[in-house]
Design a protein around this ligand. Structure first.
Ligand code: SF4
Ligand code: SF4
Length: 86
């Protein structure tokens, strides 16, 4: 699991559990994805990775903001309510 640290206040460095903010999650449609990498570029918490020749979401830190889905030129990312895809 990757660690992201952000300076807050005077107490030092903390890891922000940005995944706990999520009420919807991005789900990629591999049939539509053309592997352009735009989603990876726009994700503000660097939660999209290129692994084993495909783009995947790392849900450890994805905060469900939906920017990736908004920027995907192929509409290959759906925002799904947490729990609906299980
Ligand atoms: S922006 Fe869309 S098409 Fe491009 S890599 Fe991401 S999911 Fe695939
Ligand atoms: S929903 Fe937001 S935080 Fe999650 S992968 Fe997409 S851009 Fe990144």
């Amino acid at each position: 699991m990757r660690k992201f640290v952000t300076p807050i206040g005077n107490e030092g460095m903390y890891i922000l559990d940005t995944a706990s903010w999520r009420i919807v999650r991005p789900v990629m449609n591999k049939e539509k994805c053309v592997e352009c990498g735009i989603c990876l570029t726009y994700c503000p918490v660097n939660s999209i990775e290129f692994k084993n020749d495909k783009y995947i979401v790392n849900y450890d830190f994805c905060k469900g903001c939906g920017i990736c889905a908004n920027e995907c030129p192929k509409g290959a990312i759906d925002m799904v309510e947490e729990g609906d895809d299980k």
